[in-house]
Write a protein that binds this ligand. Structure first.
Ligand SMILES: *[C@@H]1O[C@H](CO)[C@@H](O)[C@H](O)[C@H]1NC(C)=O
Ligand SMILES: *[C@@H]1O[C@H](CO)[C@@H](O)[C@H](O)[C@H]1NC(C)=O
Ligand SMILES: *[C@@H]1O[C@H](CO)[C@@H](O)[C@H](O)[C@H]1NC(C)=O
Ligand SMILES: *[C@@H]1O[C@H](CO)[C@@H](O)[C@H](O)[C@H]1NC(C)=O
Ligand SMILES: *[C@@H]1O[C@H](CO)[C@@H](O)[C@H](O)[C@H]1NC(C)=O
Ligand SMILES: *[C@@H]1O[C@H](CO)[C@@H](O)[C@H](O)[C@H]1NC(C)=O
Ligand SMILES: *[C@@H]1O[C@H](CO)[C@@H](O)[C@H](O)[C@H]1NC(C)=O
Length: 773
C-alpha cells in the first residue's frame, strides 16, 4: 500500500500499479495472505482460544505442504481475533491449491501499498477569528471528548506537543490497547496518545530481515504524526512553518484520545505499507476498541477480496468502527480512485482560502504570483539573472531532463548566481530545488506543466523558490527565452487569507468513476488537503532528505493523505455527539450536508478553472456544523453490504464465509436499491427505478423532494413529500430515472441531484450520477 501524501520525495509517486513494481526478494517463495473470512468465536477470548485458532491455521496449511516445509515456519501472521486468515511464505503452486479450497475466500500476494494549522478548521466553519461560536460542532460535540481515533500509518512522534495529555482525565475504560515500547523504552504513551503498536512482518517478508531499529512505533517519516495530529491533535499555540502560517495547530477532535498503528516502513521497492501488516493492524484496532480509524494509504484499484484495506475495514465497520480512507493522488485522470468499498468513507482533496504567495518579478515589470514555504528569501532590492534550466544543461545531458532539473543534468558554470527556472514533472519538486542549490543557483522558479494547470503547492524548499501556474510558467519561459539578459527577483513568502475562489479541487486528487464498482459514486466527499500544517517527526527534516538538517515540529504537506484525517477528526466529533449512529449513518450525515459551492457562490472548480464534477468531490465539500444535524440519514447494515456484493456477482459461497453466519444471497438483488447516500446509474437503458429509505434523526416535520435533472434525463420522485412524526421513523421512496427524449445525444456521464428539504433548513442532498451510454 502507498501512503497518499503528495510527497516531495520522488519514490512515493513512482509506482502506481504496484503489481508491476512488486519484486519479491526470495525467488522461490512469495508472501501471501490467505483470507478465510470471519471468525465464529465470540468476543471474549482467552489465550487458549487464540492459540487454538493459530493451531488450526497450522493444521490447515500443513495439509497443503509437502516434503520438508512446515507450516510453523511458513506462517508469519495468524489473524485470530476478528479477521480469520494468515500470512505465509508459499510457493505459487501451493497458493493456487489453497485458493481452490471451499473454506478460502481469497489468496492474494502480500503487496506493498503507498502512503498516499491549522487554518483548515476555520475554513470549515468550526471557528471564526480564533473564536469558537455556539453553533460550532466543536462546542456541541465537546471537542470529540473521549472518542478514540486511530490511524494506520508510519507511526507517531510521541514527544510532539499535539499529543500532550495536559488536562485530560483517565483513559476510557473500554480501551484494551497497549503501548508497544518493550524494545524502545524512550517511546512513551500517555492519556492522550493511549496506544501505539507496530507491524513489520509483512514488510520483512518482502524486503528481507530487519534489525532492531524497526522494533518501534516511532515515526521516522513524519506522515503518521501529521495525519494523527490532524485528526485528533491538541491545540498547540504558536505553530508555524518557518514563521509562515502562524497560529494554533489543531486537530479536528482535539479532546479525542489517539492511537497509532505503524504499518508503513521506509520504501524499498517503491512501496511502504504491506497487506499482511495492514490486516494485522485492523484486527488489533478492532480488538483494542478504536472508534474511528484514519487510513491514508492504498494501492491502485483492487477487487474487494484482494485488498487488505477493503477486507480490514469491512470487519471494522461490522464492529461499529468508522473507517476513513484517502482517495489517492493519481488525478486528474478519470477512474483513478482507490479505496472504493461502500463501507469506507473515501476522501478527495481540495484547497482552502489560505496561501503562501511568493512573487516572481521580472525586468519587464511582470509579476507572477507563486507559492512557497521556503525558509529563506533573496536579498531585497537586488536583481538576479534568470536562466531556463534547458539552457543550463550539462554537456552530457539532454535538454528534456535538464529542463526538469534532474540530478546530474545541470552545468554549475551556467547556473551559478542565477535564478533557475525548472519545469514540474518526473522528479520531486523539492529535489529540483536541491539540484538547483547544488548547481549554485540563488533561487528557483518551479513552473507547472500543462497537466498541472493552476495547482500550486507551497513546499519547504531549501533555497528561495516559488511555484507558478502553467500560464505564468509559459509566459516566464517566453520572457527568458526571448530576452538577452533576463533578470528578476523573488519575494519572500507571506501568509495570505481570504482567498477566492476556494475550495478548488486539487489536480492530484484521484477521480471516479470507480473502475471496480462503478455502481457507487467514489470519492464520497472532499476536504482540505493542500498545504496542510500539522505536527511532524523530528527524526528527519521537512523534506525527508538526508541533506536536510533542519528540524521542525510542524510541517506543511499536501495529498489526499491530509484531507482524509480532516474527515476522521469530524467523524470523531460526530461519534461523541451521536454515539448511537452507525458508521453508515455518520457517512450519510457528512455526505448529504456537503456543499458543491465555493466561497464565491459558484460551483466548485477544478485546477484548470472548469467546473469540477462529483467524480472529483463526491457529494461535495464537507460542512461539519451541518453534519451534526442532517435531518435524515440513509443507513446501511452488514446485510446491505453483503447484498451489494451479491449484486456485483461475487461468488455466493464466498460471501457466506465473509459474513460469519449462514448468509444467502437473495433471489433478486440490484445495486440500484443499495441504500447509499448518492445515486449512481452506471448504464441507463431506457429507465430505472431506484429505491431508498431515509430515517428521521431530527425534529418531526415534512420533507419535500426537489430534483435537478442531469442533462437529457428526467428524474421523478414518489412520494414527493415525506412526513415524519417522530425521531427514528423510517420512510421509503422511489426515484424513476429515464431519458427525457428517445436517447441522450451525449455518451458522457451526466450529473444532477435530489434534495429533501423541510421548513427548518434541513437540506438532505444526494448527487445523481447517470451514464447514458
Ligand atoms: C487475487 O490475487 C491473486 C494472487 O495475487 C490472483 O491470482 C487473483 O487473480 C486475484 N483475484 C482478483 C479477483 O483480482
Ligand atoms: C538497521 O537497518 C537500517 C536499514 O537497513 C540501517 O540504516 C541502520 O543503520 C541499521 N541500524 C542498526 C542499529 O544496525
Ligand atoms: C495563473 O496565475 C496568475 C497569477 O500570477 C493568475 O492571474 C492567472 O489567472 C492564473 N492562470 C489561470 C489560467 O488561472
Ligand atoms: C554527466 O556527467 C557528470 C559528471 O561526470 C555526472 O555526475 C552526471 O551523472 C552525468 N549526467 C548524465 C545525465 O549522464
Ligand atoms: C523556451 O526554451 C526552451 C529551450 O530553451 C524550450 O524547451 C521551451 O519550449 C521554450 N519555451 C517557450 C515558452 O518558448
Ligand atoms: C478540468 O476539467 C476539464 C473539463 O472537464 C478537463 O478538461 C481538465 O482536464 C480538468 N483539469 C484538471 C486539472 O482536473
Ligand atoms: C465459488 O467458488 C468456490 C471456490 O473457488 C467454488 O468451489 C464454487 O463452485 C463457487 N460457487 C459458485 C456458486 O460459483
Amino acid at each position: 500500500m502507498r501512503i497518499f501524501i503528495l510527497n516531495p520525495s520522488l519514490f512515493l509517486l513512482s509506482c502506481l500499479f504496484f503489481s508491476l513494481c512488486y519484486r519479491p526478494t526470495i525467488a522461490a517463495k512469495k508472501s501471501y495472505v490467505v483470507y478465510l473470512g470471519a471468525h465464529s468465536h465470540g468476543p471474549e477470548l482467552s489465550a487458549v482460544d487464540l492459540h487454538r485458532v493459530t493451531e488450526s491455521h497450522y493444521e490447515f496449511l500443513g495439509s497443503f505442504l509437502h516434503g520438508n516445509d512446515n507450516p510453523e515456519d511458513a506462517i508469519f501472521y495468524s489473524y485470530t481475533r476478528h479477521i480469520n486468515g494468515f500470512a505465509a511464505k508459499l510457493d505459487d503452486a501451493v497458493a493456487a491449491e489453497i485458493a481452490k479450497h471451499p473454506k478460502v475466500v481469497s489468496v492474494f500476494l502480500n503487496q506493498g501499498r503507498k502512503l498516499h494549522t491549522t487554518h483548515s478548521w476555520e475554513f470549515l466553519g468550526l471557528e471564526r477569528n480564533g473564536r469558537v461560536e455556539s453553533n460550532s460542532i466543536w462546542k456541541k460535540a465537546r471537542y470529540g471528548e473521549d472518542t478514540i481515533i486511530g490511524n494506520l500509518d508510519t507511526g507517531v512522534w510521541p514527544e510532539s506537543k499535539s499529543f500532550s495529555d495536559e488536562g485530560l482525565g483517565p483513559i476510557p475504560s473500554k480501551w484494551k490497547g497497549i503501548c508497544e515500547n518493550d524494545k524502545d523504552a524512550k517511546f512513551l504513551c500517555n492519556r492522550k496518545l493511549i496506544g501505539a503498536r507496530y507491524f513489520n512482518k509483512g514488510y520483512a517478508a518482502a524486503v528481507g530481515p530487519l534489525n532492531s531499529s524497526f522494533d518501534t512505533p516511532r515515526d521516522k517519516d513524519g506522515h503518521g504524526t501529521h495525519t494523527l495530529s490532524t485528526a485528533g491533535g491538541n491545540f498547540v499555540a504558536k505553530a508555524s512553518v518557518f514563521g509562515l502560517g502562524k497560529g494554533t495547530a489543531k486537530g479536528g477532535s482535539p479532546k479525542a484520545r489517539v492511537a497509532a498503528y505503524k504499518v508503513c516502513w521506509p520504501p524499498v521497492t517503491g512501496n511502504e505499507c504491506y497487506d499482511a501488516d495492514i490486516l494485522a493492524a485492523f484486527d488489533m484496532a478492532i480488538h483494542d476498541g478504536v472508534d474511528v480509524l484514519s487510513v491514508s494509504l492504498g494501492g491502485g484499484p483492487s477487487k474487494f477480496f484482494n485488498d487488505s484495506t477493503a477486507i480490514g475495514s469491512f470487519h471494522a465497520v461490522k464492529h461499529g468502527m468508522v473507517v476513513i480512507c484517502s482517495a489517492g493522488n493519481s488525478g486528474p485522470t478519470d477512474s483513478t480512485v482507490s479505496n472504493i468499498a461502500p463501507w469506507q468513507i473515501t476522501v478527495g482533496a481540495s484547497t482552502m482560502d489560505r496561501d503562501f504567495p511568493s512573487y516572481v518579478v521580472v525586468s519587464n515589470n511582470k509579476r507572477y504570483k507563486g507559492q512557497s514555504l521556503s525558509s529563506k528569501g533573496l536579498p531585497r532590492n537586488k536583481l538576479f539573472p534568470l536562466i531556463s534550466a534547458a539552457d543550463a544543461k550539462a554537456a552530457n545531458a539532454s535538454t528534456e531532463v535538464a529542463l526538469l532539473c534532474e540530478a546530474g543534468t545541470l552545468d554549475p558554470k551556467k547556473v551559478k548566481g542565477k535564478i533557475l527556472v525548472c519545469l514540474r514533472g518526473d522528479n520531486a519538486r523539492i529535489d529540483k530545488g536541491q539540484q538547483a542549490l547544488l548547481a549554485g543557483a540563488v533561487g528557483m522558479v518551479l513552473a507547472n506543466a500543462l497537466e498541472n494547470g493552476n495547482e500550486l503547492l507551497a513546499d519547504p524548499h531549501l533555497l528561495p523558490a516559488s511555484h507558478v501556474n502553467y500560464t505564468d510558467g509559459a509566459d516566464l519561459f517566453r520572457y527568458v527565452n526571448s530576452t538577452k539578459r533576463p533578470v528578476g527577483y523573488l519575494t519572500r513568502a507571506t501568509t495570505e487569507l481570504g482567498l477566492k475562489p476556494a475550495p478548488i479541487m486539487a489536480a492530484f486528487s484521484s477521480k471516479g468513476p470507480s473502475s471496480i464498482a462503478p455502481e457507487i459514486l467514489k470519492p464520497d466527499i472532499t476536504a482540505p488537503g493542500v498545504t496542510i500544517i500539522a505536527a511532524y517527526t523530528e527524526a528527519v527534516g521537512p523534506t525527508n532528505e538526508d541533506y536536510d538538517r533542519r528540524r521542525i515540529p510542524f510541517n506543511a504537506l499536501s495529498g489526499t493523505s491530509m484531507s482524509c484525517p480532516h474527515v476522521s477528526g469530524i467523524v470523531g466529533l460526530l461519534k461523541t455527539l451521536h454515539p448511537e449512529w452507525s458508521p453508515a449513518a455518520i457517512k450519510s450525515a457528512i455526505m448529504t450536508t456537503a456543499s458543491i459551492q465555493d466561497n464565491n457562490k459558484g460551483q466548485i472548480l477544478n485546477a484548470s478553472s472548469y467546473k469540477a464534477t462529483p467524480f472529483s468531490y463526491g457529494a461535495g465539500h464537507i460542512q461539519p456544523n451541518l453534519a451534526m444535524d442532517p435531518g435524515l440519514v440513509y443507513d446501511l447494515t452488514e446485510n446491505d453490504y453483503l447484498n451489494f456484493l451479491c449484486a456485483l456477482g461475487y461468488n455466493k459461497t464466498q460471501i457466506a464465509l465473509f459474513s460469519d453466519k449462514t448468509y444467502r444471497c437473495p433471489e433478486y438483488v440490484s445495486t440500484a436499491n443499495f441504500n447509499y447516500p448518492s445515486i449512481t446509474v452506471p448504464k441507463l437503458s431506457g429507465s430505472i427505478i431506484v429505491s431508498r429509505t431515509v430515517r428521521n434523526v431530527g425534529s418531526p416535520g415534512t420533507y419535500i423532494a426537489r430534483v435537478r435533472n442531469p442533462k437529457g434525463i428526467s428524474v421523478s420522485v414518489e412520494p414527493r413529500s415525506l412526513k415524519f412524526l417522530r425521531v427514528g421513523e423510517e420512510k421509503n421512496f422511489k426515484v424513476t430515472i429515464k431519458f427525457r427524449k428517445v436517447r441522450a445525444a451525449t455518451k458522457d456521464y451526466v450529473f444532477g441531484d435530489l434534495v429533501w428539504a423541510d421548513d427548518k433548513q434541513h437540506q438532505v442532498r444526494s448527487p445523481i450520477v447517470v451514464n447514458p451510454a
